[in-house]
Design a protein around this ligand. Structure first.
Ligand SMILES: Cc1cc2nc3c(=O)[nH]c(=O)nc-3n(C[C@H](O)[C@H](O)[C@H](O)COP(=O)(O)O)c2cc1C
Length: 451
């Protein structure tokens, strides 16, 4: 099927990073259309009709989120763009901001107009330092050309965008921790409710949206909500950016129509291009490190035997027992030589390091899981450790202020659920744990997909 490009239609055009080329290729027509021909409520209505869902991970309907925004008289409202992108395996927002920064700026202006926000912020992960300069240049160019500032296009709408760098904390991607950090405080998540739509940045009504979500508002304006909603399937409308990495021939950022199958995405030359060296496929984490790992035998077909597609509904078919999640679209592929125990240990280390420490189940539980996984991985584990790990993750999930606890628990649960024998093998083969390379294909055979 011919691929549909909405966000990356012009990413290879020379100079598209700069205003002149961006404008020449249709840039800022979405601002013109929204500000000159639609009221803010009509823009929100279009976004609702488009079926756009948040691309930051949770997939919450964007238009609905916008309509929750409180609008008390005399109190400013804010749009905050979540460009923290710290989820392991996810690097799609980086691509968008680095190569087509004006798409985000344009989306910010249209979205802010819909929300009645005169000030908006792009909160970007600290490690993306060089992209801050790219964004600031794009904002300056937009301002020079009359798309930002006072009385934009003579409509009476004023708007300014500011870029704020984070300081390297994954937790600051959680929207309320992000707001704390933006206010200059330690990035601890807030207890909800109140939700940011009522009490957000500096206690004012605030919408927090992902980079890709905000950028998608531009094609929705340009093509119309109805045309946008025709792309994709069911409640997975429009296109989705996927950052693909791991054991694939062509790692990179791809824009997909959410009707393609997972098999096509992995093996077609247009996307991942298959597994290197003709190796077999063992497993995949399709939505960033927090979502459950799925063994290859459940990746191309659901438990019901139906084809699995690259969309929200199909990827989660079967729940956590046999399915997974679309998440943020960080697609990580494992070939037959990868060790699930080692991988789970690495992730547990990450979540333990990134836990803000406010909630005991997360603060203590993530460290405890990492310690046990390290023991198992290095041949010092006991069989009872596997059940202990299971119990700990159960006690973290749902028992913390923010979903970082869930994000730490799910990878451990899925690894044990699908690859328990691999954990047991580590316990019964302590010597090999220290000396082998991590080729473990021999005991996961029934789950492998041949090249
Ligand atoms: C620990 C943690 C990290 C997160 N990191 C990000 C992130 O880097 N980028 C992002 O857009 N959303 C992230 N989220 C989700 C945000 O809290 C929020 O749901 C999202 O920014 C909303 O935007 P959307 O509706 O456009 O998806 C994270 C959530 C958690 C719990």
């Amino acid at each position: 099927m011919a691929s549909i490009k909405l966000l990356l239609a012009n990413d290879k055009v020379e100079g598209i990073r700069y205003y002149e080329a961006y404008r020449k290729h249709g840039g800022y027509t979405a601002v013109e259309k929204a500000l000159k021909t639609l009221t803010p409520d009509e823009v929100t209505e279009e976004v609702k009709k488009s079926g756009l869902r948040g691309r930051g991970g949770a997939g919450f309907p964007t238009g609905m989120k916008w309509s929750f925004l409180a609008k008390p008289e005399g109190i400013p409202r804010y749009l905050v763009c979540n460009a923290d992108e710290s989820e392991p395996g996810t690097f799609k927002d980086r691509y968008l901001m680095e190569f087509i920064p004006h798409l985000l700026v344009e989306g910010m202006i249209v979205s802010s107009y819909a929300l009645g926000a005169n000030t908006s912020y792009i909160y970007i992960r600290g490690e993306y330092a060089w992209i801050v300069n790219i964004l600031e240049q794009a904002i300056a160019e937009a301002k020079q050309n009359g798309w930002l500032g006072k009385n934009i296009l003579g409509t009476g709408f004023d708007h300014e965008i500011y870029v704020q760098r984070g300081a390297g904390a994954y937790i600051c991607g959680e929207e309320t921790a992000l707001l704390e950090s933006l206010e200059g405080k330690r990035g601890n998540p807030r207890i909800k409710p109140p939700f940011p739509a009522v009490k957000g940045l500096w206690d004012s009504p605030t919408v927090v949206n992902n980079v890709e979500t905000i950028a998608a508002v531009v094609p929705i304006m340009n093509h119309g909500a109805e045309e946008y909603a025709k792309i994709g399937v069911g409640r997975s409308t429009g296109t989705k950016l996927i950052s693909a990495c791991g054991n694939i021939n062509k790692p990179g950022v791809y824009e997909i129509d959410m009707t393609i199958s997972v098999e096509e995405f992995i093996y077609s030359d247009e996307y991942c291009g298959g597994i290197p060296k003709g190796k077999r496929l063992k497993a995949c984490i399709p939505g960033g490190s927090s979502v459950p790992i799925v063994p290859a035998n459940l990746l191309f077909k659901t438990a019901k035997g139906e084809t699995r597609y690259m969309n929200y509904e199909s990827l989660s078919d079967g729940g956590f027992e046999t399915g997974t999640m679309m998440g943020s679209g960080g697609f990580i592929v494992f070939d037959e030589d990868q060790c699930v125990v080692r991988h789970t240990m690495t992730l547990a280390h990450f979540y333990n390091h990134e836990s803000c420490g406010q909630c005991s189940p997360c603060r203590e539980g993530t460290g405890w899981m990492y310690k046990i996984l390290k023991n198992i991985e290095y041949g010092k584990g006991k069989m009872s450790d596997i059940d202990l790990l299971w119990d700990i993750q159960r006690k973290i999930e749902g028992n913390t202020i923010c979903p970082l606890g869930d994000a730490a628990a799910w990878p451990v649960a899925a690894a044990i659920r699908h690859f328990r024998d691999e954990f047991e093998w580590h316990v019964t083969h302590p010597e090999e744990c220290l000396t082998r390379n991590f080729g473990l294909a021999h005991y996961a055979d029934e789950r492998l997909i041949p090249a």
